[in-house]
Design a protein around this ligand. Structure first.
Ligand code: SF4
Length: 346
């Protein structure tokens, strides 16, 4: 693979080929998890199925100027027997060698990281390891039956970085005992540990989990959708300002959850991130103070246009309650979440 300096690498379009490996024999019982139901899969995929998935995805990607990664997600990859890990990684190797993919990423538990595992992953060209940190608050981890301590995540994160991998640290919000303050502390810890990326998952109640039992007994209440949006609204800028990429906010809308059979309650929304960005933009737009009887035009960077207008035009509708006429316009000269308001005297 040709080495590209960072600025050129950044210009490439990123694609991910997700391969779900459910951990059927997971010995842990995290209160929120019914792994088979979240991943929507009940069988470990066969080699030929994985190869087909990878080939099918590759056929849809541009041939040039892209950065492709195979991601082994769904369970705790490094909790699998070493031989099984090798079997999966061996499937990805030819794609790496031929330059058809540029990296392999996987997700696992912090306490499933050790020197032997990291050496194996290095041998097979794994580039990024994502740890399910969930929270750095000891009480939240304990109440969620997570089975590891914050210190174990800290130690694993350090080992991963020392061995030259890219580090991802995933977090959950709204677990038992969680507060917005604790979630912000978790985000800051993720940053301070040197993660390059994160995922924010609002906790939902899945059928047949411990949370489900506590929910029925009235001992656990998930965040409402507006609360989860509000919390995430505070977390996103913390990560963005530190240059940590937020790969995902909200659970992936797998069929099981969308059908409503497995999802008992909680802040699940297929466009969760858009809801959050709508609120971030609404806060910014509240700084507009111009004559309400004049039509206003709000210019934003092209990539931000939909977020500024809001999910289902929510922000535009809100502004129309105050201003007679509101238009949003894309302006390529504007960067990030800056905006410009033009108010025309009539
Ligand atoms: S979240 Fe991961 S470690 Fe916890 S029970 Fe589910 S599969 Fe096992």
């Amino acid at each position: 693979m040709a080495f590209l300096p960072k600025p050129f690498e950044a210009l490439k379009k990123h694609f991910n080929i997700p391969v779900f490996i459910p951990e059927l024999a997971c010995p842990f019982q995290c209160a929120f998890c019914n792994q088979r139901k979240i991943s929507g899969h009940i069988a470990i995929p066969q080699s030929h199925e994985i190869i087909k998935t990878v080939n099918d995805y590759l056929a849809t990607f541009p041939k040039e100027n892209c950065h492709v990664e195979i991601g082994f997600f769904g369970g705790s990859f490094t909790g699998l027997p070493l031989l099984q890990q090798e079997n999966f990684l061996r499937l990805a190797r030819p794609y790496l060698e031929k330059g058809l993919i540029q990296g392999i990423r996987l997700s696992t538990r912090p306490d499933y990281i050790n020197g032997e595992v990291l050496a194996l992953l290095k041998d097979y060209g794994v580039t990024t390891i994502e740890l399910g940190a969930q929270s750095f608050d000891p009480e939240v981890l304990k109440q969620s039956y997570r089975g590891h301590t914050p210190q174990q995540t800290i130690d694993a994160a350090k080992m991963i970085l020392q061995q030259g991998f890219d580090l991802g640290l995933q977090m959950m919000i709204g677990l038992p005992g969680d507060t917005l303050e604790k979630a912000v502390t978790t985000a800051k810890t993720i940053i301070s540990l040197g993660a390059s990326n994160t995922r924010i998952y609002p906790t939902v109640v899945i059928k047949d989990t411990a949370l489900h039992t506590w929910y029925k007994q009235g001992k656990y209440k998930p965040l409402t959708l507006p609360q989860a949006v509000e919390w995430t609204k505070h977390l996103l800028p913390v990560f963005e300002n530190a240059g940590v990429q937020v790969i995902r906010t909200g659970l992936h809308p797998s069929e099981g959850l969308l059908s409503g059979e497995e999802l008992i309650d909680g802040p699940f929304h297929p466009s969760f991130k858009e809801l959050v960005l709508t609120e971030i933009w609404y806060d910014k737009l509240q700084s507009i103070h111009v004559n309400p009887s004049n039509p206003i035009v709000i210019s934003v960077a092209p990539a931000q246009l939909n977020h500024a207008i809001g999910y289902e035009s929510k922000n535009r509708k809100r502004l129309l309650q105050k201003y007679k006429s509101v238009k949003f316009k894309a302006d390529a000269r504007l960067k990030g979440k800056t905006f410009k308001v033009t108010s025309v005297d009539v």
